[in-house]
Design a binder for this molecule. Sequence first.
Ligand SMILES: NC(=O)c1ccc[n+]([C@@H]2O[C@H](COP(=O)([O-])OP(=O)(O)OC[C@H]3O[C@@H](n4cnc5c(N)ncnc54)[C@H](O)[C@@H]3O)[C@@H](O)[C@H]2O)c1
Length: 336
Amino acid sequence: MKVLVVGAGAMGRNHLNGWLRAGVDEAAVADVDEDRARGTAKEAGARTFFTDYREGIESFKPDAVSVCTPANLHADVFEFSVKKGVHTLCEKPLALTLDQGRRMVRAADRSELKLAIGLQRRLSESILKIRGLLHAGTLGSPVVFSVENWAEVRFKLAMNDKNMNGGPIVDYAPHLIDLLHFFTGAQPKEVFSMGTVFARGKEEVKPIKELATDTLSTIVRYEGGNWLSLDISWGLPRGTKGTNSEAIHGPLGSIVGTPELERGYHLQAQGKPADEYEAVQGNLYDREIAAFKEWVLKGKTEHSLASVRDGFSALAVSVAALKSVETGSVVKVEQP
Ligand SMILES: NC(=O)c1ccc[n+]([C@@H]2O[C@H](COP(=O)([O-])OP(=O)(O)OC[C@H]3O[C@@H](n4cnc5c(N)ncnc54)[C@H](O)[C@@H]3O)[C@@H](O)[C@H]2O)c1
């Protein structure tokens, strides 16, 4: 099996090493930044690199492509790869806009290829155990997934840039939006959000032309009455410690992350003593890539990788949250 990783930055390196550890026959990388493409290939022990992903796909003829560019380019790379008949694993978020996301859904719907979105938290042992607990009704109904993630301005400019990765509600929240869907099977329906830009005026973000909304309090209602309550920021001053906590509460008890649910949790239900679970700290990117490889080669995998429609659903919530910030009203989540 041959693989091409498009985008040789932080995630590109993770994917390239993940594919090589998964035992593919050959892997190559493509990046518009030639030094980065060459350096990443060399560091991982891959022989081939390209500066144009189209040329890479056409001449290297990979069986699978990993899309690891900034979010605003996912749709172009994904569409090209699918058009060339290549199985494609695309990093989250699905895309930056609903138009781009719809192009990807249309391409996926027309195709028989194996296509997945990199929402790797689904492969955590801890997340799978929590899913089992929720299916068994351990917390009762409804459940509220409560997340507080307050962080300093990001070190990578694209993450605070409205036109590249789109800020935390587009770039980070998909993991959380998707988890409540993964836990319960229910789709997100409507969103209310307040938001602002804490990074405005800060020296570190001066090169960014249009800052993303970086600080939001968002409530997402799902079918069946569960909801996600998300307080998130990438706008605190550098050096601020911030906060990070994830918990699921229901009428019968709570599952509290340590601090994130994927790393482990303690469960307290029906007032009984807490049950602690410490997750085995595996590399979730490697696990996701191995599952995708198994799916491509054997036609099935034991893991539920996120589909393009799952990715769209999360993106549609992010877009609805930003619209709600603008309008001050509750916004319905759009369909593909
Ligand atoms: N799954 C996760 O938990 C997770 C974590 C971090 C980042 N991500 C996602 O991974 C993606 C990449 O993030 P990153 O942190 O690696 O960013 P990065 O900035 O480190 O790397 C992006 C790379 O893409 C390259 N690039 C830009 N345009 C290109 C093009 N036309 N063709 C080929 N390469 C191009 C850039 O030169 C850069 O090297 C983003 O979508 C991000 O949201 C996912």
